[in-house]
Design a protein around this ligand. Structure first.
Ligand code: FAD
Ligand code: SF4
Ligand code: SF4
Length: 421
């Protein structure tokens, strides 16, 4: 479909004020190579006008855009501006003391989006552990904790399904993760492990093809940007399309410093350039600054510095400052705990309840190295800050904020200006 930047180009009719069209999102995010394939725009569109381009795995317009602005408003690389949603009682940005303002009002949208009151460092954390599933699913990435928590929630009747990522059925797409709603224990177990590509996950909230109760309760496992999208959409009422944002009752964020373009990483850099036989691969891991690919027989196919693969990383990830998934009920990753264990941050009462349900299925210990999490978080923020600063210096048309970015910039007229923390 031909894209238009403004309505006049399309049919000569002048544009009503206050509207933002899909093609503006397309120009500022998708065409600018900043899209992080979270699927928020697809889920947000009330007229179901946004689909996924089968060639590029990027959002595309499949029906008429009504200019409702919602795809732009909720896009983590577009108009998602947490500070604009904060209540008037919040002091204006740009003052040094903003970084330490404590917001305690639960109706504060910041509170809604982050799932808890603002906190420095790793965000709101009620409890933190290193955990390992007693019965670890085959293929689990670390301690198998995410799968164990989902299986327990399903068994306890707390959820009807979980939006997870499983391998594509397409033989031309080996080791490509695709979003999938798992409704059985077997499906959750089969989806264990990490896929280093984004899946447009929130497009998977179209539950119409599933046999679910009329008021389904769904858990979502996602990268932090996907959880940001859900929190933002849940914090504002609007009439949704087929996507059941309202059904999400539990969110689990996977700690994340970057994700990759599937074709660039798997097909080009691994299969073509390094002759990796993807059919034999049992695990792909990005850990301690290295990319490690293992075959099922134990042979290590690749063990190289991650910087050798940066060419296939999503450019929009450079702008991301949310390594630890501040918006989630639970955040889970490998950094900070021993091999074979997962680091878990419990952020909300919902997260605590889900973990309590899974207690009998988990081994507990203290986090081995909490400072490792904080260190990587600081590095992630620094990269994001530098990336934003470069964009502003180049006068790029960016309007970006993050839940934890308040102190990074102050507003000046209509243009964001960065301030050092
Ligand atoms: C792109 C990416 C980058 C990551 N980067 C880091 C990092 O820098 N540091 C760190 O400590 N941890 C990182 N992780 C998290 C880590 O790899 C593990 O997922 C986490 O420790 C949970 O392990 P587990 O054994 O408890 O989960 P498991 O029981 O193995 O379950 C993992 C769950 O994640 C789902 N999943 C897999 N891939 C994706 C995906 N692409 N998008 C959404 N859901 C998915 C699976 O379907 C499954 O439900 C990253 C994960 C991903 C997907
Ligand atoms: S970043 Fe997410 S919301 Fe924004 S255009 Fe890409 S898929 Fe849509
Ligand atoms: S680095 Fe950030 S933007 Fe990129 S996939 Fe991870 S959470 Fe999303």
């Amino acid at each position: 479909m031909k894209s238009y930047r403004i309505r006049e180009e399309m049919n000569g009719i002048s544009e009503p004020p206050g509207k933002t069209w899909f093609w503006e999102l397309e120009a500022a995010v998708v065409d600018a190579d900043r899209c992080i394939q979270c699927g928020t725009c697809v889920a947000a569109c009330p007229s179901n006008s946004i689909g996924i381009d089968a060639e590029t795995d990027l959002p595309e317009l499949v029906k008429m855009c009504t200019g409702c602005s919602l795809c732009w408003d909720f896009c983590p690389r577009g108009g998602l501006r947490y500070e604009a949603l904060w209540p008037p009682s919040t002091p204006p940005l740009g003052r040094a003391e903003d970084a330490t303002v404590v917001r305690t009002d639960p109706s504060d949208t910041y509170w809604k989006i982050t799932g808890g009151p603002p906190a420095e460092g790793l965000g709101a954390v009620i409890e933190q552990f290193a955990l390992r599933a007693v019965s670890r699913p085959e293929g689990a990435q670390d301690g198998g904790v995410v799968s164990a928590v989902l299986i327990a929630a399903l068994a306890a009747g707390e959820i009807d399904g979980a939006l997870v990522t499983r391998p594509s059925d397409d033989p031309d797409e080996p080791w490509k993760g695709v979003a999938h709603l798992a409704t059985t224990t077997a499906e959750i177990s089969e989806a264990a492990g990490s896929y280093y590509n984004q899946t447009m996950a929130l497009a998977g909230l179209d539950l119409s093809g599933y046999d679910l109760p009329p008021r389904p309760r769904i858990a979502v496992v996602g990268t932090p940007c996907e959880i940001q999208g859900i929190r933002a959409m849940q914090s504002r009422r609007w009439s949704t399309g087929v996507h059941r944002v309202d059904a999400v009752v539990l969110t689990i964020a996977l700690l994340c410093t970057k994700s990759f373009d599937y074709r660039g990483l798997m097909l080009q850099l691994l299969a073509t350039d390094r002759a990796v036989d993807l059919a034999r691969v049992s695990k792909v891991d990005v850990i301690k600054g290295r990319m490690i690919v293992e075959y099922r027989d134990g042979e290590v196919a690749v063990d190289e510095p991650i910087k050798n693969f940066h060419g296939a990383a999503l450019k929009g990830c450079d702008e991301c400052a949310d390594f630890v998934g501040r918006g989630a009920d639970l955040s889970v990753g490998s950094v900070g705990s021993m091999d074979g264990w997962s680091s878990v941050l419990v952020r909300t009462e919902r997260g605590k309840k889900a973990l309590d349900s899974a207690r009998g299925r988990l081994d507990f210990r203290d986090l081995d190295d909490p400072e490792a999490l904080a260190k990587l978080d600081r590095l992630d923020k620094r990269i994001a800050f530098d990336s934003l600063k470069r964009a502003f210096d180049a006068d790029a048309p960016l309007f970006i904020d993050y839940a934890d970015h308040a102190a990074l910039y102050a507003e000046s007229d209509r243009r964001p200006v960065l301030t050092e923390r």
